[in-house]
Design a protein around this ligand. Sequence first.
Ligand SMILES: *Cc1c(COP(=O)(O)O)cnc(C)c1O
Length: 387
Amino acid sequence: MRSEFLPFSKPTIDDDEINEVVASLKSGWITTGPKVKRFEEAFKAYVGASYAVPLSSATAGLHLTLIALKLDEGDEIITTPMTFASTVSMIVLCGAKPVLVDIEPGTLNIDAAKIREKITPRTKAIIPVHFAGQSCDMDPIFALAKEFGLTVIEDAAHAAGTEYKGKRIGSLDSISIFSFHPNKNITTGEGGMVCTADETLAEEISLLKFHGMSREAWKRFAASGTPNYDILLPGYKYNMMDIQAAIGIHQLPKLDGFIEKRREIAEFYKAAFADVHELATPALAPYDQRHAWHLYTPLVRVEKLTIDRDTFMAELKNLNIGTGLHYKAIHHHAWYRENMPVPAGSLPNADYASDRILSLPLFPAMTMDDARDVVAAVKDVIARNRK
Ligand SMILES: *Cc1c(COP(=O)(O)O)cnc(C)c1O
């Protein structure tokens, strides 16, 4: 057994990031400023977006994007139950009704073929989530959006570096929202980015993110700015700081290398678990795409074991292997069970995955020895708990 605990995720922070943060702190300019602008430009160029708006989190990006849609009470937004709570919670907080569509059993992405039957005259938008960094099948989603006049908002929190049919997520004809939380493929500590080709939307989100002040208002304390400012509308406080962007500036050039390391470990896991029938390893989508391998999420076939998934995770922890849970399906959470119950059995693939899924350690600084420890521990837990 390992002597040291292996977490399921850990950001890779080098001297580049540390020195840049220290330089920001020493410069006297800590909050939104030139480094946020640099990170915005670099990220925009990397994903191939026309406009990018840096924010304090992806949750802030979801919130402001939904506010910009000017939803009315009772408007409906289609999304997946297999996501982080904030995707669905932002819909609720904007006064709209989340409508959950079941997932595909293999990729765990929203099942595009099941969206049409959930569209009503009140449907305003579809929010697909690129689960674990694997692109959803966007062509049928865009076709439905066009047919019914819906907005497509990609929850791209897992998808920095993901590609769909040769195009980076962030460059499609939609709105995509990225996260730089420490567990994500690149980090700024906390942070997010909204990417779009829609100039009006980018402008509106820029205004809403910082008190409704005109776009370049952060310059008002700089030599080039003027201390005066105007409030164009009541806004929020969702800006990214320079000390966050200082980290991001040095993370972004490493992203492709990070993904490559993640892919190697994912392939090692897939081969190592090929003959382990108690585990269903993640399926690859049949269309052309580049998986960013944000997470490695096998399903534990609990019916072949004497223990449930939570005990499986506890046993791994006893062997010093950390795991994550992405995700308990949103309709299984207390508030949603209580306030927005879905008919029992109406989301069977999400129910199935929700009770069996776990995230194994996957991060760029992991060694192959770490990965071998994970495989050995998983096999050990299975061997001791087989039916
Ligand atoms: C992490 C995550 C979010 C929220 O991102 P934050 O930057 O933490 O607000 C939203 N959706 C998904 C799918 C996520 O994984």
